[in-house]
Design a protein. Structure first.
Length: 276
């Protein structure tokens, strides 16, 4: 079985793949070491870590470089490509080919634009078809931002289904509708779309168990873990500043050092016994 087929088989309606999304090598290695069979990337986390805006096609180089560094991890890797970092289908396909060549098994491609509009369906179909023609084994998760961008006028579930059906006809392997949280609408979407449905974790939406019951095949964490990590860092800093208790369970120096050793194969202790 190819790695691409192994990734496909993790998308089981009713028993969804929980996909943690990483923003650097350490976070991806931590999720892999925690036993998750597949790890994704978060475009917001990658962009923010590089000091760039998300969703502006500004982080192609950073995304490719991170994927190359993650190639040795003991997990399957899916990469968030925003809208593909280009409007030319051939250029997007070339980026996808480079990712596949370094071991990536899946990508996200979104139809939301930085100005808050949605890409024309025909344009997005051309992009998806070009990617699948270039790298047939790559799992293309076609994301529509019909609920994420709060389009004006609003796009109904039926309109969303029509978009996703067009993307599926172009070769998409899965579909992703971030921002959709209503259980009734989720159930309608799952029944109407002939592809594994991916949703985003949302504090205001159903939990993992209910999403499974609704037939969802994949649940992504998106930028939530990155934002939670930043929040935890600020809370720890404030605790130090106020002589308050530090958060329990913080990873030790040697534990984080071990994450790098997963990729390099190097081990050993620094002179002086390491650092706190």
């Amino acid at each position: 079985m190819s790695r691409g087929e192994a990734f496909r088989r993790l998308h089981r309606p009713g028993e969804p793949l929980l996909l943690p999304n990483a923003w650097d090598v350490a976070s991806a290695a931590l999720f892999a070491a925690s036993g998750f069979p597949a790890v994704g990337t978060t475009s917001l986390g990658v962009a923010a870590a590089a000091g760039r805006p998300d969703g502006r096609a500004a982080t192609r180089a950073e995304t490719l470089a991170l994927a190359e560094r993650l190639a040795g991890l003991p997990c399957l890797l899916s990469v968030d490509l925003e809208g593909g970092f280009d409007t030319d289908p051939a250029a997007v396909a070339e980026t996808a080919r480079r990712l596949h060549d370094c071991g990536v098994v899946g990508i996200n491609l979104e139809d939301g634009r930085s100005d808050g509009t949605l890409a024309p369906v025909a344009q997005q179909r051309s992009v998806i078809a070009a990617v699948k023609a270039a790298v047939p084994d790559l799992f293309v998760n076609a994301r529509t931002d019909t609920f994420w961008l709060a389009a004006r006028p609003p796009i109904s579930v039926d309109g969303t289904v029509r978009r996703l059906a067009a993307y599926a006809a172009a070769g998409a392997d899965g579909v992703f509708v971030p921002g959709l949280t209503d259980p009734g609408l989720i159930e309608r979407l799952v029944r109407a779309v002939d592809r594994p449905v991916n949703l985003l974790v949302s504090p205001s939406g159903p939990g993992l168990r209910q999403l499974a019951e609704l037939g969802v095949a994949r649940v992504s964490c998106g930028s939530l873990l990155f934002r939670a990590a930043l929040t935890a860092a600020v809370r720890a800093l404030n605790a130090i500043a106020t002589d308050g208790p530090l958060p329990a369970g913080t990873l030790r120096y040697e534990q984080v050092q071990g994450l790098a050793e997963m990729l390099t194969g190097e081990s050993g202790t620094r002179a002086g016994g390491g650092r706190p």
